[in-house]
Design a protein around this ligand. Structure first.
Ligand code: 5AD
Ligand code: SF4
Length: 360
């Protein structure tokens, strides 16, 4: 039966919820291998074996929100807050251009005060002046008004990441305070599309209380939103958070979290085919070769951190986040070797938009 499902998926058949659930519940090592292999085949068919890199700049850990799982939630008094200067941001972007990473991602906690909106608009304009405007710019700055999305888009940003975190309203409500609205988040995703961005979303997997049915719902949500990019990662506990205190042992089985993260990548590749899928840092937090395993399970994007080392430890979304003591140059060489070791290569100097967007 597994063989039939995978063959159908590789042949381009749509997977119904029952089959998605079946794949997500696979456990036997041989079955998992077959799943990852099928997803890899689909990746080769719709994309290729080149990894697209985005230089990740963690601009600020100031956040006005209080997501129950996140280490830098506004309510965590133990975090020393930082915001990079415009010069530091531009310097990091210049690094990305020198490394020929093709694009950068500006990521930060969520803020929407006018000073912040201006600051980001400026940063985007300044980055656009580098390297003949060749550097692509993705933003990951939370929910904003339509006007803000528009201003940042007009300044030169063209992709936006906004994870839905969980597409199930009930689970979403258990992960966030009452004033964080699921409906508003979905509305933001629609506004982003309307503004003209390539839109990325994603979820955390292995959350306390999350079921296979929830994950199937996530996959259907991705499909119905017709997104261009997916960024997902296993949930990793941070003990200075409400969720970490409520479920101190959740996700403590690193092997299981990693496996679930890889399965979700593979099934997403089979279900959505030609979108960009990131092999995220959270995978690497669970195993030193986690990101390579993600590539082999169907992911095609990696986001190496190119920000200033001095700030890395201030951006601990979860415990044991990797890369906090490794500069961008060393990380780049390691990544080159790791990618070559699995028989892939890096696509330097291009934006690396998803074929899904081109086909729209
Ligand atoms: N474990 C894994 N991922 C997390 N994020 C936030 N906190 C955690 C955690 N404890 C993810 C969220 C957010 C992204 C920036 O980091 O999905 O969208
Ligand atoms: Fe803020 Fe994002 Fe963390 Fe939520 S997940 S608290 S919005 S940084």
């Amino acid at each position: 039966i597994l063989k039939d499902i995978l063959a159908a998926a590789v042949a381009g058949e749509t997977l119904d919820p029952a089959r998605l659930a079946f794949l997500l519940e696979l456990k036997e090592p041989g079955d998992l291998e077959a799943l990852y292999r099928a997803a890899y085949q689909v990746k080769l068919r719709y994309i290729d074996s080149k990894v697209r890199l985005r230089g990740l700049i963690e601009v600020s850990n100031v956040c006005g929100k209080n997501c129950f799982y996140c280490g830098i939630r506004g309510g965590n008094r133990k975090v020393a807050r930082f915001t990079m200067s415009l010069e530091e941001i531009v310097a990091a972007a210049r690094h990305a251009a020198e490394f020929r990473y093709g694009s950068v991602v500006l990521q930060a906690g969520e803020r929407s005060d006018p000073g912040w909106v201006d600051f980001i608009e400026n940063a985007v304009r300044e980055i656009k002046k580098l390297d003949g405007g060749r550097l692509g710019i993705t933003l990951s700055l939370g929910e904003q008004s339509e006007e803000t999305f528009r201003r940042w888009f007009d300044a030169g940003a063209h992709r936006y990441l906004l994870r839905i975190e969980s597409s199930d309203p009930a689970l979403y409500a258990r992960l966030h305070p009452a004033d964080h609205s699921y409906a508003a988040r979905v509305e933001s995703l629609h506004l982003l599309r309307k503004t003209g961005y390539q839109v990325g979303t994603g979820v955390m997997v292995g959350l306390p209380g999350q079921t296979t049915a929830n994950l199937v719902h996530d996959l259907e949500f991705f499909k119905s939103l017709d997104v261009d990019m997916i960024g997902m990662g296993p949930y990793i506990v941070h003990h200075d958070t409400p969720l970490g205190r409520q479920f101190p042992d959740a996700g403590s089985d690193a092997g299981r979290q990693l496996e679930l993260g890889l399965k979700m990548i593979a099934v997403t590749r089979l279900h959505l085919r030609n979108v960009n899928i990131a092999s995220t840092t959270a995978l690497q937090a669970l195993a030193p070769n986690g990101r390579e395993l993600g590539l082999l399970a169907g992911a095609n994007v990696i986001m190496p951190n190119i920000g200033d080392l001095a700030y890395r430890k201030g951006y601990l979304l979860y415990e044991n986040k990797p890369g906090t003591d490794e500069n961008a140059g060393t990380a780049r060489e390691k990544l080159e070797r790791a990618v070559a070791a699995i028989g892939e290569s890096i696509a330097y100097g291009e934006w690396g938009d998803s074929p899904h967007f081109a086909a729209r």
